[in-house]
Design a binder for this molecule. Sequence first.
Ligand SMILES: CC(C)(COP(=O)(O)OP(=O)(O)OC[C@H]1O[C@@H](n2cnc3c(N)ncnc32)[C@H](O)[C@@H]1OP(=O)(O)O)[C@@H](O)C(=O)NCCC(=O)NCCS
Length: 182
Amino acid sequence: MSTRRNAVEMGRALAILRSMNVRNARIADAKAISSLVNYYAEHDRMLFRSLAEVYEGLQTFFVAEWDQKVVGCCSLEVIWSDLAEIKSLAVGPEERGKGIGRALVAAAVEQARELGLPRVFALTLEPRFFEAVGFTVIGKEDLPMKVWSDCARCPKQDHCDEIAVIMVLEHDARRDRGQAAS
Ligand SMILES: CC(C)(COP(=O)(O)OP(=O)(O)OC[C@H]1O[C@@H](n2cnc3c(N)ncnc32)[C@H](O)[C@@H]1OP(=O)(O)O)[C@@H](O)C(=O)NCCC(=O)NCCS
């Protein structure tokens, strides 16, 4: 990439980060979420999510919005009392590498913290990204059986190439007590 193009890209990345909004998904975002996820599913990077599945799980989704457009999404699903999973993390192909994925993961992790969950994991083909945002690679065998429910509908179930990553959250005991009292 030329120096000038680099500078233009960098300027655009900074503009996006400054004015981007990461928020809980709304009904009007469902189609954009479904197309983002399914774009990567078609490239074999993640599992398909039908529009019906996105509506069903809408409350678990965050979106990154820039210039009134959804440029990224991810969901946080509670698996058990001590574990949540980041799923369907996708940033539009034009907008990758600008900090949007990091911002989406931060929002999901913050929600896990607010819910009082001690651990968040993901199954991913992008372990280096997750390491860059604070996760650690672990053996898939270290995850409980409960997390494998999606495997039944995965075309790669017999030759799974996903890598497990996890983040252990620190909790503010005072904040957790406040939540329990409210
Ligand atoms: C993986 C993905 C979500 C990352 O989002 P992104 O917005 O491009 O990533 P960010 O710009 O926030 O990057 C955050 C950090 O991760 C690093 N990173 C991002 N992708 C990386 C990769 N493939 N390999 C190594 N590091 C990577 C960046 O360099 C950055 O590090 P830095 O802050 O130290 O410079 C995005 O590329 C994507 O949608 N990929 C296709 C779908 C997919 O694979 N999703 C994951 C399924 S779980």
